[in-house]
Design a protein around this ligand. Structure first.
Ligand SMILES: [Zn+2]
Ligand SMILES: [Zn+2]
Length: 207
């Protein structure tokens, strides 16, 4: 039967994103670098925070107590890919993050190339439950603090979470709703766009 023979001839379809380690493929070098390089907890250093996706297949550790910065982004890409009014992210060096299973179980999406290859910058999510994990840039990672595990009473949790508090809003021109929280606001990128007030009025312009 022709149909049966064809099964032996046809190659298997390509995997969208395989996570088998392969030293021989130079494009896979990123899997051996932070934050995906597999290390023991001792090699990594003292742990400040632990993050976990919804299903628990993806876990990561952070060894830096305070992010370099934290922001709310109102741009359309962030809003659509999170299905949320705003994206809350905290910036860390790649070497401050350790994915406990390396790149295994992670899915990638390049909004620039519109494909699932690991091309920087990339959106990183759990391949199983699809929880957004972080945006990986060339030098930094923007992790999403909702995933950080914080224990204690609600008051203790609030206090501990303070280190992740956003310092500003970016791409406020693209917002779905106003955020009257008094934080600094920028029409686009921080420090290189128009500063705005809570109503989105450029600062220095009469209402
Ligand atoms: Zn998951
Ligand atoms: Zn954004």
């Amino acid at each position: 039967m022709a149909g049966i023979n064809r099964k032996f001839v046809d190659p298997l379809p390509f995997q969208a994103q395989t996570n088998t380690l392969s030293e021989s493929i130079p494009e896979e070098r990123w899997k051996h670098l932070p934050p995906y390089e597999v290390k023991s907890g001792e090699q990594f250093g003292p742990i400040e925070w632990r993050g976990k996706c919804f299903c628990g297949k993806i876990t990561y550790l952070l060894k830096r107590e305070k992010p370099l910065n934290a922001k709310y982004c109102h741009c359309r890409v962030c809003r659509v890919t999170h299905a949320a009014p705003v994206q809350w992210s905290a910036i860390f060096h790649k070497h401050d993050i350790l994915f406990t299973n390396g790149a295994s179980g992670l899915a990638f999406y390049s909004t620039t190339h519109r494909n699932q290859k690991h091309v920087l910058p990339t959106k990183v999510s759990c391949a199983n439950c699809r929880t957004p994990i972080m945006d990986e840039g060339r030098n930094m990672c923007l992790i999403f603090p909702q995933l950080i595990q914080i224990e204690g009473s609600s008051q203790e949790q609030r206090e501990k979470r303070e280190v992740f508090n956003p310092t500003c809003h970016i791409f406020y021109n693209s917002r779905m709703s106003d955020c009257p929280d008094g934080l600094p606001k920028w029409s686009g990128k921080e420090n290189s766009s128009v500063p705005m007030d809570d109503d989105g009025i450029p600062i220095g312009v009469e209402k």
